[in-house]
Design a protein around this ligand. Structure first.
Ligand SMILES: *[C@@H]1O[C@H](CO)[C@@H](O)[C@H](O)[C@H]1NC(C)=O
Ligand SMILES: *[C@@H]1O[C@H](CO)[C@@H](O)[C@H](O)[C@H]1NC(C)=O
Ligand SMILES: *[C@@H]1O[C@H](CO)[C@@H](O)[C@H](O)[C@H]1NC(C)=O
Ligand SMILES: *[C@@H]1O[C@H](CO)[C@@H](O)[C@H](O)[C@H]1NC(C)=O
Ligand SMILES: CC(=O)N[C@H]1CO[C@H](CO)[C@@H](O)[C@@H]1O
Length: 418
């Protein structure tokens, strides 16, 4: 009776799985596989959603990993790079070829109310901010951008806190260390200020560099008043060994070795929450809470920061997506970029001019009955969205801006007139 045999085997497999998924590493792996392949999800085409989207191709708007909207200045700040160079030097995905490093990472500013953006994307005007008083590594003056955040300080002043994946120095010679893959990068957080004085030359003034052994594998930074900031160390403490033993770096994130670290400008940095699974683009919301998304577990963890920087856990938002970077709009809604099929994104990083993997936009709201989340946009076939690592909602116009760490363009989506 083959039927019985199969069903016995089937039962045995189910039982074995049930037992195995009680074991933490197996459960972690099962979660990862489920997130990576999008099992159990309906991934929808972009035409299912009430948005009209278009791509903006501009030489300065490439490989923009992160964005922040200055509501006061009505300007979108983007951390952009070079999609080809990301294949060589992008330490957060274990690319350590320093000689292929981007020479053009910059903060780029786009005036969101400019009329041209609606008419023809080719005529969009953007400005690259020049850095002042910033010397880089061994006087190279270069930035290696990842995540960042901004703060409207009033009087037209915008403060930017940038994660900078600096190359490491060999202390003996004072020049770049020869083997970056084994020494690891020397990531720092750079604090800059921008004042828009009009004119074609726009300057970013460098205020300070924060370096610490506890700024180990920073992903994004969230400003905590003027005293300090939080970062997610997505891979935790281990910053090297990526090439010879990928598990030592990439694996760390998946094994829950990531952390949240608080840095005080006066007292340095300490880990305030550990055992995070690929903690990604965190957000300090105007409600005073810290939102920490996870790319390897899915969902968002919500914390209440204490005056000394320590964190008290408040809630979990159980959105089962590999959530990337969060942003808050003027109404306090949180927008999250997510990868419904993470494995396709890993392939895309290696070939950014190939087919674009699906992206999902989630909106998270804190209502009376707790946190609610909803899918507001998705692009199953990679038709118009980038492989979005971040999405920003401009509540004044309803427009969404999307960009991706590897994508050679950005996209904006306007609500369809109904
Ligand atoms: C490193 O980057 C340089 C410049 O792009 C390139 O010529 C070289 O082949 C790369 N090395 C490796 C090992 O990929
Ligand atoms: C890391 O960066 C800091 C800040 O610029 C610097 O003081 C330190 O020497 C650097 N260390 C290495 C190993 O590059
Ligand atoms: C790093 O964080 C740990 C844990 O909070 C702390 O004990 C340690 O002193 C910190 N290290 C530095 C160099 O600040
Ligand atoms: C920080 O403050 C919290 C309560 O506000 C307290 O429980 C904790 O022990 C403090 N941590 C340190 C390192 O002082
Ligand atoms: C701040 C930021 O951009 N963080 C992450 C966004 O998502 C990508 C992909 O997971 C990460 O590599 C970024 O570091």
């Amino acid at each position: 009776m083959p039927g019985v045999i199969t069903s016995r085997v089937g039962l045995a497999i189910v039982l074995a799985l049930a037992v195995l998924t009680q074991l933490k590493p197996i459960r972690d792996l099962a979660t990862l596989v489920q997130l990576g392949y999008g099992f159990g999800k309906t991934i929808q085409p972009v035409s299912d959603f009430p948005y009209q989207c278009r791509r903006i191709h501009h030489p300065l708007l490439q490989a923009c990993e992160d964005m922040w909207l200055s509501e006061r200045g009505r300007k979108l700040y983007l951390a952009c790079s070079d999609p080809y160079a990301r294949l060589q030097w992008f330490p957060s995905v274990d690319h350590y070829n320093l000689s292929g490093r981007s020479q053009k990472d910059a903060i780029v500013v786009l005036d969101v109310d400019q009329p041209g953006i609606l008419a023809a994307s080719d005529s969009v005007t953007v400005q690259r901010l020049e850095t002042r008083d910033y010397r880089g590594v061994a006087d190279d003056g270069l930035l290696d951008l990842n995540g960042f955040t901004g703060v409207d300080m009033g009087n037209g002043v915008v403060r930017l806190l940038l994660v900078n994946n600096r190359a490491s120095i060999d202390p003996a010679t004072g020049v770049y260390a020869a083997d970056q893959a084994s020494v690891g990068v020397n990531a720092t957080v750079e604090v800059f200020e921008h004042i828009d004085r009009g004119g074609s030359r726009q300057i970013l003034s460098h205020l300070r560099t924060m370096a610490s052994p506890n700024i180990s594998t920073p992903n994004r930074v969230a400003a905590f008043g003027s005293e300090g900031f939080y970062i997610t160390n997505d891979h935790g403490k281990v910053k090297s060994g990526g090439v010879s033993n990928p598990l030592r770096t990439s694996g760390q994130a998946m094994l829950g070795k990531g952390d949240v670290t608080y840095c005080s400008y006066d007292n340095g940095c300490s880990i305030v929450s550990s055992s995070h699974y690929y903690p990604n683009g965190l957000l300090l919301h105007s409600d005073g809470r810290l939102y920490v998304p996870s790319s390897a577990r899915g969902g968002v963890q919500v914390y209440q920061p204490q005056p000394n920087g320590s964190l008290q856990k408040l809630a979990d938002v159980d959105a089962f997506y590999a959530i990337d970077n969060l942003s808050e709009d003027r109404n306090g809604d949180i927008f999250a970029a997510a990868f419904p099929t993470g494995v396709k994104n890993q392939a895309y990083v290696k070939s950014p001019f190939g087919p674009v993997p699906p992206s999902t936009v989630l909106r998270i709201r804190n209502s009376h009955s707790g946190y609610q989340w909803e899918k507001v946009l998705e692009d199953r076939d990679g038709e118009v969205l980038p492989a979005a690592t971040v999405v920003v909602h401009d509540a004044s116009t309803g427009r969404l801006f999307l960009s991706g760490a590897s994508s050679p363009f950005i996209t904006y989506c306007d609500p369809k007139e109904v």
